[in-house]
Write a protein that binds this ligand. Sequence first.
Ligand code: PLP
Length: 432
Amino acid sequence: MSEEGLLEAFRQYLWPAYTLYYTQPLTLVRGEGSYVWDAEGRKYLDFFGGILVTAAGHGHPKILARIHEQVDRILHTSTLYIHENMVRLAQALAEKAPGGLTTSYFTNSGSEANETAIMLAKMHTGEQDIIVLRNAYSGRTTLTTNLTGNAAWRPLGSEVPGIHHAAAPYCYRCPFKSTYPACGLACAEDVENLIRTTTRRGRLAAFFAEPIQGVGGFVTPPDDYFQAVADIVKRYGGLIIIDEVQTGFGRTGTYWFGIQHWGIEPDIMTMAKAIANGLPLGNTMTRPDIAASWKALTISTFGGNPVSTAAALATLEVLEEEAPPEKVAVKGRLLREGLDRLWEKYPLIGEVRGKGLMLGVELVTDRETKEPAVKATNAVLDAAKDAGLLIGKGGLFGNVLRIAPPLTVSEAEIQEGLEKLDRAFAQVQRAL
Ligand SMILES: Cc1ncc(COP(=O)(O)O)c(C=O)c1O
């Protein structure tokens, strides 16, 4: 099919609900390492990885070989039978997860992993109330769209009772119009206020949050935020659920999981996206005593299937060998330095933030007023694509660039990405 024919057929046979990037939508046909190619043979440096999924790069030979090997043996077993891959993966994850989270329940997506976590927390505590953060994205099911704190991603409004949204720890746009640390962590205090004012008898099932808000625009809480919240939540009997769907597997550098930067131990942790480098897999991890609270039959037909788990085992090995968290931290610093230089050069950039290779660039029309530069963000995205660089965007206003190269990216590729982004900014800043 021609590019135009494909787009026409896409519009005819797929729901308008699909959100496509770019003024001229892009068709990808091949990927290798840090690069992808479109239908016309144009090559792009991929600094978004299909939404932070291809952590080990595209088409890694070791991962592909293990997938092929598994496909030739058995494709599907269901969770009614044991498959060794699933057990070995659960064991490998137990060795990496913080806080005695040694048991896994595998599903197919981040949304399912989050649903599972919330259901389990309710069963374990016997409570209904959940505190989540504004500006968060948690998935596309009924429950997870209700956890989500961004109206654009909430098609049905509030359908699940007991979900309360606390102020986000978003210092660049502080919900209390204050400044850290003079604010006294008012956003953490807001969690206690919500518990005392909106829950059943001041008890809650769980506090649920991403360490760095992904779709929310890589919003990165201050260093003492999670410890302060954990202290509050524990006092009222709640569990801490951490959504590592974007931050997991070394993405934030230094540690395997994002929350480890804040030094707290979650009771439940969810993961998906990069876990199998592109095959569908979700996982909810917890301690054995909490897992034992699931008192009902449950099944995920495809959850933890032999092929996805083969890919996940290989992905973990590749990340350990080629891109362990300490190495990601080093490459993250290089990327950060480059982005900080762009901040100095282009007034369009209000803030650069994030950790490791998960870096956000928030665009504003004016650094004083911080008016979100929505059009310019789309223009930079388009210009970067034209320069041969794919990046993402996010944020409540859609004015944050999300930059997340594969963790296996080379230093030369980071420099190449920075040069392409520089060109894109120069073009857009000039046209303003
Ligand atoms: C932090 C976070 N949690 C959950 C999800 C939902 O994952 P999935 O799209 O695999 O259902 C996403 C997806 O973007 C996410 O970013």
